[in-house]
Design a protein around this ligand. Sequence first.
Ligand code: NAP
Length: 517
Amino acid sequence: MRCLLVRVGSKSYSLASYSKITGQMVRTSSSSLSNNPLVTDKAFIDGKWVEARNKVTFEVSDPATGDCLGNVPDMSASDTLKAIDAAKKAQRGWAATPLKERSGMLMRVKQLVDEHSEMLAEIMTLESGKPIAESRGEVKYGNSFFEWFAEEAKRIRGDILLHPIKRDSRYLIVRQPVGVAALITPWNFPLAMITRKAGAALAAGCSVVIKPAEDTPLTALAMAKIVEKAKLPSGVFNVVTCSRSNIEEVGDTLCKSKDVRKLSFTGSTAVGKHLYSLCSSTVKRISLELGGNAPFIVFNSADVDNAIAGAMSSKFRNTGQTCVSTNRIFVQSTIYDTFCSKLSEAVKKLKCGPGIDPTSSLGPLINNRAVIKVKEHVDDAVSRGASVKVGGAPATELGPNFFHPTLITDVPKDALVHRDETFGPMAAVTKFETEEEVIEMANSVDVGLAGYVYSSNAAQIFRVSEALQFGMVGVNEGIISSELAPFGGLKESGIGREGSIYGIEDYLDLKYINLNF
Ligand code: NAP
């Protein structure tokens, strides 16, 4: 069942938006999503659009307005087993598909995503709250993985070694797909986290069972629509949707199944650790892309304006809800006041509003729990002596899930934000004196995903970027993700790498064959 959705003024926006005339939230009865051909209320298993076995559904809502966007199947263990079975049956045929043909099908998916980019962006913005310009950017970024891995499918290599003793013998080393891969993805990049995994898995010859986040299943199902149009064989790409009430049993089924040989998970460190332990029962290959707590270090020699631009994009993109978001800004003492005052001016220019409104630079947070968490981080820092320079409170006038873009300064190093990801639009600045001091503070967390360094001193750049215990470091650069670069973290930020020439390795097993003639 689908809900009636919104119309704003004379514009036929999707479900919900705001009336700029009255300043009030309005609900009317039209929706461009209701005409969006990629929107569905069924899950995708074995090439068919299916309900949950018990017919139960759950609602997907717009975090900007709370309006219902639709309902999708609330699947359980039995549905998940059906998807695993379909993926298992399809996998051998897929792996045997000639490389050029497999690559061609992935390229067809890429072309279809391009053709449907506006529809995908709209779905993403409505279900995740992301500003529409960022959703358009995510479609391009996400699709770059299908393009990249369509090419990489043709470059899976092996080796032949001479036998060390026997003249006519050889050692043959081949790479083979691991088999069925389960892909569990988060809501903050509803499309790119699927394509970054599925692009590599499918290129390697694996079939996939995808479990998208409860908050953003419509984008995952829209991708399944595209895969169907691209005519990938049935069972190669499956999407199982479920609500938080069923996630334990669906997660258990994926992790404990002997037929699933690989789990790739992106999400919180806490859930990642839990899934890691579940996967031990079948000794599965595992990739974990987990949380971060990125330091953003600005040395006295830095170009301050460039550092401000980098801090703004790495902190406030997706309303601060990215794993590589700057969490702790460290600024050296000589430029501290200038930096804080310029950052304050930049933060004041941000505009909070529904993502579907193209003038919004920040959308809502994913839900009210996220708003509460940001407020806790602000209050904790203030209670320890920090000052609020901009914002600092929920934007309740816009709705329950909005938070004003916030800047706090003089944040002490025992503040909560120095230990925990805020995952929201709060920039927290701390002053430092020496290089040694800042490296120690930056590395003092258990996670190690992304870090940023701003300096014009070449020797310092090498020293600091190599000393940082983070999997990715941006030097004088605030946007670091690319399909060419290996994405992943150190320490408790995870295991494995996505994208790049290394990403496909996570879906390939090495086999050695001793050839004796
Ligand atoms: P999350 O709560 O860990 O959820 C991620 C996914 O795991 C969702 O699909 C979720 O389903 C599912 N899940 C939750 N409990 C599960 C269980 N017991 N068994 C199986 N699956 C389970 O994380 P999130 O809040 O959605 O995402 C934000 C986190 O992801 C942040 O920490 C962020 O840093 C991290 N992240 C990391 C990367 C990276 O590449 N390193 C990229 C993006 C995000 P439900 O939606 O139903 O709960």
